[in-house]
Design a protein around this ligand. Structure first.
Ligand code: PLP
Length: 407
C-alpha cells in the first residue's frame, strides 16, 4: 500500500544530514558544555556553531538566540518574561497594566499564555479579529494600540489555513511610530518558506521550533533582540546567557543548527516547487461540489492547503484517508484529539457545523507530483463514500459521482 505523508505542518521527519551531524554528540562528544575541560569545550563548540548557523539565517547576533525545548516554550519565555520585566525594579510598571495585542487565530501557545497573564492580573489583552481569509488588518492593529501597549504578538503563518500576516509592514509601522512597543512573531510555520530576517521584519522577538523544519522534536529557539527585557522563566544554573537554566541538549541543538541552515539553503527552490504542487491540489479539489478552500487564494504559505468539505466529518475523512495510506489533518494537530470546532475557522466566520468538515493537507520535502495526484483521487473517493452514508446528503444536487474514475 502507498504511504503518503501530507501532514508536514504537524511535524516533519528528521533529515538524514541532521541525524548525521547530531550522531557524534550522543556518544563521542558527550561532555557537559558548562565544564571547561576538553570534553566540555567540544560540546560547547557544537552549541556555538549551531548558534552561528541560526543567527545567520535570522540575520542577528549569535548572543540574541536562546535555545528552548519547542516553540511553545519560546512563546512562554518571550511573553511571560517580558511582562514580568515590567514589574522588575529597573522597569517600572506603567500607570496601568501592561497591554498585549494579539490575534484571535494564534496558536494556543500564544492564546493560552496571554490568558494566563490576564488571569494572574499581570496584563490586559486585546484579541484582534481577522477577515474571512484569516488576515489581520494593519489599521486594526494600530487602532488597538494604547499608551500601555507593551507587546504585540502576531503569527507569521497560520498553521491551519496558511494565511501570511503582514509582519514586515506592522514591524515598520511600530518601529517608526511606536518604538517603545515590543513586537513578537511566531515564525514556527514560516521559517522554512519565508524570509525571517529579523531586521527586515523589525521584530524584537521571534519564536521557532525544530520539528517543523526536519530537526528532532524537543528543541526550539527564541530570538530576543539585544536590550529587550526578558526575565527567565526557568530558574537554576546560568546556561543560555542566564535566560534558560538547565544543561543544554547538545545533540538536539546541533541538529537544530543544521536543519535551519538546510531549510534556508533550499528555501527559494522548495517554496516554488511546493507552490506549484499546492496550486494543482487546490485547483482540482475546489471544483468538487461542496469543497471550499479556506484561507487566501494567493499569498498563502506554499506548504498548506486547507478546505471545508460540506456534509462530512473531518475525523472520518482523516481515518479513511489514513486507511488508504495518506496522512492528513483536520484543523490543527493539537486539536485532533478533541472534537471541538477550530477557533481559527470560527474567527474567519465559518459556521461550526461546516468547520467540522475541515481538511488540511500540508506538503514537504518528499512530496511529489504523483503523491498529489493520488491524494486528490483518494480525497474525492473518500468524500463520495462518506456523503453516500450521510443522512443530509442530497445525491441529486451533488455532481461528485460524475467525476471521472470515482466508482
Ligand atoms: N506555533 C505554531 C504556528 C505552530 O504550528 C505550532 C505547532 O503546531 C506551535 C506554535 C507549537 O510548536 P511546538 O510544538 O514546537 O511547541
Amino acid at each position: 500500500m502507498k504511504s503518503i505523508y501530507l501532514d508536514y505542518a504537524a511535524t516533519t521527519p528528521v533529515d538524514l544530514s541532521v541525524i548525521k551531524k547530531m550522531q557524534p554528540f550522543f556518544d563521542t562528544i558527550f561532555g557537559n558544555p558548562s565544564e571547561i575541560h576538553k570534553w566540555g569545550a567540544k560540546a560547547s563548540e557544537g552549541i556555538k556553531n549551531a548558534r552561528s548557523q541560526i543567527s545567520q539565517a535570522l540575520n542577528c547576533n549569535p548572543t540574541e538566540i536562546t535555545y528552548t525545548s519547542c516553540a511553545t516554550e519560546s512563546i512562554n519565555l518571550s511573553h511571560k518574561g517580558l511582562i514580568e520585566a515590567f514589574s522588575h525594579p529597573n522597569h517600572p510598571i506603567p500607570p496601568n497594566l501592561p497591554h498585549i495585542i494579539t490575534s484571535s487565530i494564534e496558536h494556543k501557545a500564544v492564546l493560552e499564555t496571554c490568558k494566563h497573564l490576564e488571569k494572574l492580573g499581570w496584563a490586559k489583552v486585546t484579541y484582534l479579529p481577522v477577515d474571512e481569509y484569516g488576515l489581520v488588518s494593519v489599521a486594526e492593529v494600530e487602532k488597538a494600540i494604547t499608551p500601555q501597549t507593551t507587546l504585540i504578538s502576531l503569527m507569521y503563518v497560520n498553521n491551519e489555513v496558511g494565511t501570511i500576516q503582514p509582519i514586515a509592514e506592522i514591524g515598520k509601522l511600530l518601529k517608526t511610530k511606536y518604538p517603545k512597543i515590543y513586537f513578537h512573531t511566531d515564525a514556527t510555520q514560516a521559517l522554512p518558506y519565508l524570509d525571517c530576517d529579523v531586521k527586515k521584519l523589525n521584530v524584537d522577538l521571534l519564536s521557532f521550533t525544530g520539528h517543523k523544519i526536519y530537526a528532532p522534536k524537543g528543541i526550539g529557539g527564541l530570538y530576543i533582540k539585544s536590550g529587550v527585557p526578558v526575565i527567565r522563566q526557568q530558574d537554576g544554573g546560568s546556561q543560555e546567557n542566564n535566560l534558560r537554566a538547565g544543561t543544554e541538549s547538545v545533540p538536539l541543538i546541533v541538529g537544530l543548527g543544521q536543519a535551519v541552515e538546510l531549510v534556508i539553503k533550499n528555501r527559494a527552490k522548495e517554496s516554488s516547487r511546493l507552490k506549484a504542487l499546492q496550486k494543482n491540489l487546490i485547483s482540482q479539489l475546489v471544483i468538487v461540489p461542496g469543497i471550499q478552500l479556506t484561507g487566501p487564494k494567493t499569498n498563502r504559505a506554499p506548504h498548506i492547503a486547507s478546505f471545508i468539505v460540506k456534509d462530512v466529518e473531518g475525523e472520518a475523512m482523516m481515518l479513511l484517508l489514513s486507511d488508504l495510506g495518506i496522512a492528513v489533518s483536520t484543523g490543527s494537530a493539537c486539536n485532533s484529539q478533541i472534537l471541538t470546532s477550530s477557533h481559527v475557522l470560527e474567527a474567519m466566520g465559518i459556521k461550526a457545523e461546516d468547520s467540522h468538515g475541515s481538511l488540511r493537507l500540508s506538503l514537504g520535502k518528499d512530496t511529489t507530483k504523483q503523491d498529489i495526484e493520488y491524494a486528490i483521487s483518494c480525497v474525492k473517493k473518500v468524500v463520495l463514500n462518506l456523503r453516500k452514508m450521510s443522512p443530509v446528503f442530497d445525491e441529486e444536487e451533488n455532481a461528485l459521482s460524475e467525476v471521472e474514475g470515482l466508482h
